[in-house]
Structures are given as C-alpha cells and as structure tokens.
Design a protein around this ligand. Structure first.
Ligand code: SF4
Length: 418
C-alpha cells in the first residue's frame, strides 16, 4: 500500500487552467493523485477570478472543504493574485502560489510549511502542448498574457503582459505531433494575435513555417483582435491549410460602448475588415458582451443595427458580469439582468439565422470534416468553416478526415449519412 499523501486538484475556469492543472499533476512525483475528492489529504484549488461570481464559487468551494475538515487546501490560479492574501491571512488556505510556481509544486508541498509565493507574472511557459482532443487535434499555446486594458477585464492583472513562446520550440513540437498523426493544430493563448510583437516575429510568419511541416493539414487560430490582422496575415487568406473561419473579437458594435470598454477597435474599420474577409469566403465569429454599464436602449439599438450590417456567422456572447478591481465595476448606468438577457437572445438569434443562411449559400461546396467525437452512435465533427456536422455511420469515424459532398443543411447544424 502506498504511504504517499493523496492530492486532488480542483480546477475552475478556462482551458489555460486545465492545462496548468495537468502540469501540476505531472510534477507531483512524491504524492499520489486522486480523482476522488473525499479521500484527498491535500486539495489544490486552481482558481478563476474572471468575474465576482467566479470568486464566490471558489470561496464557497474552499468553505465546503473546510467544513468537511479533512484536507489541507492550497490555492493557485488567477484567484491567487486577487484573493490569495486575504484567504491566506484568514487561514482559509494553507499555501498560496502563482502560475509561474506550478512546476515547483512537489517541493512546495513537501515542505509542509505555510507559504505565500505569487511568483513572477512575466514567466514564459516552456510546456507548449496544451491539450489533445480525440486523435487528431492538438492545442498549442503560443503566447500568454495581454497588453490590452479593456475596462471590464482582470486578465492582464492576473496573467501578466503579453509574452510569446519560443518559435523553434513551437515548430519542434508541431513536427513531433504531426509525425504522431495529428493533422489539425489550434493555436491558443490569452491574446493570440499579439504573438511575436515584442520579439520581432509575426503570427503570419509562424503560420507559414508551421504549414511547411509535413502532416499539418489545417491550422485554426484562437481569438484575434481586429488591429492584429496585418497585411502580411491577409496574404495568407487563400492558403488551403488555413481554416476558412476566423474569430475576431469585437466585444461591441456601438462606437460609444467601445470607448466605455476601452477597446482598441473601431466599428468603422471593423465593418470594412469583416466584409473584406467575408468576400474571401471566410465564416466569421466574434466575442460580444451585452449589458456592460452605459449600454442604454438607444446604444443597444445602434449596436443591433450595426450587427445586422456585419457578415457574422458565429458568436460567443456573454451578459456582462461585474469584476471588482476593474474600471467597469464602478461605472454608472448598470443594465438590468433581464434586459441584458433579452439583448443576448436578440443577438444570438440574429447570428444563428446568419449562420443558417451562410451554410445554405455554401451548400454546393464539399465540407472538409474532422470527426471529433461520437455520441449515441452519431459522429460529431467540424468543417472548414467551424460549423458542426453530425454524421450517421456504421463504422467508427472518430479521428478521421472526411470530404462530405452530400449533406443536409438543418437549423442546428449540417447532417450527413455515411
Ligand atoms: S484583449 Fe481580452 S484578455 Fe486582453 S484585456 Fe481585453 S478582454 Fe482582457
């Protein structure tokens, strides 16, 4: 029987935290990892602090563990930077450490002493591979942190300024994965489009180098900012390996709201960019926050009018949620929750209809599909436009690339039989 202490890692928040948790677990050589929270001697809380609600969730979890009274709690993740000090001072947690300290976790826990190590917000991770999904898709983290200061966002304060991973390392990693059969690569980071800005490198040149690696079939990009779409990048738009879908974060379409949000994009240039990309055959997605303070009915109407002019096929929309410590948290003109919810619905319905129209207009094109999962005998995949397709088939298709020529365009996604 192992005498090692058992550690349970509780992960809150985004994919970056999932990645950090994995790195921590692989470094805990003198401990056993358990997936059963109730048998843990130590619980590492990898926290998220993106909204006040996220903080409440983390605090509630820590209180619950305290009540159960068995495990010792350590706090890491973004919340270590905002709530770590008070939780540590109030003895709610035994230790606090920042993301940069995650590979030292084995030594920190072995000391069995209370510690508070926030570490360095400028560290560059040398673990690049983020996550593998299925058999053919790899997430590659190419940068971390953000130099923007959007009014509602706490991320730069807890993840630091933008810095990029080493290019040679990224390419080496992609080559190894491609040899092992990975065909689709998804580049991720806090603000992917700022890759290389400080190092005199560019995203476009990284993409070109990646595309030359044998086995790289499709490259997808995380969220880009409009001002990061350079002419060098636009020269790549016809390349067959670039996904025919871009996700460009606008966050709003009312010029006044963009100012309130301290965004760097301007609607007049955003609309020109979106039309230029759409004319080149791209499906286009965006992030959008509804109900940010100051969003009056008139500004919302203006935003909707502008949204209708955009060739937008995908949207990742949220209702604004307050985050203390950000400029937006003290802004006047709060929007009632029910109003924000109704606006969110209006926006989502508009984009769903656009997406349906887009798929109908492009129904003559064969779809290049990578099958990612299977649910109840049906296979789910994504095509080159980042649209979902469900395929009925008798054989296991997970991990396969398919050219689908015959399919039905339905409201909720495309559908085919194989
Ligand atoms: S660009 Fe994104 S991560 Fe950076 S401050 Fe704005 S919302 Fe936050």
């Amino acid at each position: 029987m192992s005498q090692k202490q058992k550690v349970y890692v509780k992960t809150f928040g985004c994919r970056t935290n999932v990645f950090d948790s994995q790195v921590m677990m692989s470094n805990l050589e003198d401990f056993d990892i358990t997936e059963n929270e109730s048998e843990a001697d130590i619980i590492i809380v990898n926290s998220c602090t993106v909204t006040n609600g996220a903080d409440v969730g983390v605090r509630g979890y820590i209180n619950g563990v305290e009540k159960a009274g068995k495990a010792q709690v350590y706090l890491t993740g973004c919340g270590a930077h905002t709530k770590g000090a008070s939780l540590f001072d109030n003895k709610k947690v035994f230790g606090v450490f920042g993301q940069s300290e995650k590979t030292k976790i084995n030594g920190l826990l072995k000391e069995k002493k209370r510690f508070y190590e926030l570490g360095d917000l400028n560290f560059v991770d040398d673990t690049i591979v983020e996550e593998f999904v299925g058999k053919s898709r790899a997430f590659i983290k190419i940068q971390e942190g953000c130099d923007f200061r959007c009014s509602y966002c706490i991320i730069p304060f807890v993840r630091g300024d933008s810095r990029s991973m080493d290019e040679a390392k990224i390419l080496e990693q992609v080559s190894t994965l491609a040899i092992n059969g990975f065909g689709e690569f998804i580049l991720t980071g806090t603000n992917v489009g700022s890759y290389g800005h400080k190092e005199d490198r560019s995203l476009a040149s990284l993409l070109k180098k990646m595309s030359q690696i044998r086995g790289v079939r499709r490259i997808r990009l995380g969220s880009l900012e409009p001002i990061q779409i350079s002419s060098e990048f636009e020269e790549l738009l016809d390349e067959p390996w670039l996904e025919k879908h871009l996700h460009i974060a606008l966050q709003h379409t009312s010029p006044t709201m963009l100012k309130h949000m301290n965004r760097r994009n301007k609607f007049s240039s955003d609309i020109a960019l979106f039309h230029r990309l759409s004319e080149r055959g791209f499906a286009l997605g965006t992030d959008f926050i509804v109900g940010h303070p100051g969003e009056t009915e008139a500004l919302w109407q203006e935003a909707m009018e502008n949204l209708k002019r955009l060739p937008l096929t995908h949207v990742h929309a949220f209702s604004y949620s307050k985050r203390d410590g950000t400029p937006s948290a003290t802004m006047k003109g709060e929007v009632n929750g029910a109003v924000a919810k109704a606006r969110l619905k209006e926006l989502t319905q508009l984009v769903e209809q656009n997406n349906f129209d887009f798929r109908n207009t492009h129904a003559n094109l064969p779809l290049d599909v990578l099958i990612e999962s299977e649910k109840e005998g049906q296979f789910h995949g994504l095509d080159q436009f980042f649209n979902k397709i469900i395929i009925d088939a008798d054989q296991d298709l997970v991990g396969n690339w398919l050219q689908v020529e015959q399919y039905k365009v339905l409201k909720g996604g495309n559908y085919a039989k194989f």
